[in-house]
Design a protein around this ligand. Structure first.
Ligand code: TYD
Length: 223
């Protein structure tokens, strides 16, 4: 496969969306063909699953087995229909959350057997793993404060995951850090308490050296 696959991961409010969007724009402005996706979602089927998972659109409690299978289903659809074809075209694919979210949230967060989750991920992704994963690490309390401010500004309520107990989100954060230790070559831990500019600089420090693997752009200093 000739493209480059980058994922952003992290707990709530850690700035994944801000930085994944910014990176996508920066690469586009340099001439790279970029495909940006988010999880759950990114396909019509995936977006329908997102409504169920995040906004309780069916009005029934979702058991944890169903939850994990729905995330996996959304991901399988995204991988086969969007990500693999884009990588085959040589795109830079940037995904806001991917399989590590399932390991962190459903495995560590919901206390589901982590090795089983990893097996399920492997199956759902057909073995596709990111070339690099940027883990935006942040104190859970600070993340919650950011989410609270964002929800106030947008006049929206908390989603199903934001309503989970603080202890759940602490397990998610620690779970991510365990994954980063387990796959140190793929994971890059970025302290996202810093300013947006400082975090952007860190993101770029990780991504720039990877770009030699894909064609299509021009050097950053011509930007
Ligand atoms: P989103 O609004 O995209 O979260 P964030 O703003 O933090 O990026 O919502 C995705 C939610 O779904 C988030 O709370 C994490 C959760 N999630 C899982 O529990 N498992 C998964 O596999 C994925 C992809 C997301």
């Amino acid at each position: 496969m000739s493209g480059l696959f980058i994922t952003f991961e992290g707990p709530e409010g850690s700035g994944k969306s801000t930085h994944s969007n910014e990176l996508a724009e920066r690469l586009r402005s340099m001439g790279y063909e970029v495909l940006k996706a988010r999880e759950p979602g990114g396909t019509p089927t995936g977006e329908a699953i997102r409504e169920i998972l995040q906004h309780d659109s069916v009005g029934e409690p979702i058991v944890r087995e169903t939850e994990i299978l729905l995330f996996a289903a959304s991901r399988a659809q995204l991988v086969q229909r969007v990500i693999k074809p884009a990588l085959a075209r040589g795109c830079v694919v940037i995904c806001d959350r991917f399989a590590d979210s399932t390991t962190a949230y459903q495995g560590y967060g919901r206390d589901f057997d982590v090795e089983r989750v990893l097996n399920l991920n492997e199956w759902a992704t057909d073995g596709l793993a990111p070339d690099a994963t940027l883990l935006m690490d942040l104190d859970v309390g600070i993340g919650f404060e950011r989410i609270h401010q964002r929800n106030l500004a947008l006049d929206q309520g908390e989603d199903r995951f934001e309503r989970e107990a603080r202890a759940f989100h602490e397990r998610v954060r620690q779970g991510y850090l365990v994954l980063a230790e387990r796959w140190p070559e793929r994971f890059h831990v970025i302290q996202s308490e810093a300013s947006v500019d400082a975090v952007s600089t860190e993101v770029w420090r990780v991504v720039e050296p990877l770009l030699s693997a894909v064609g299509g752009g021009r050097p950053a200093d011509e930007d």
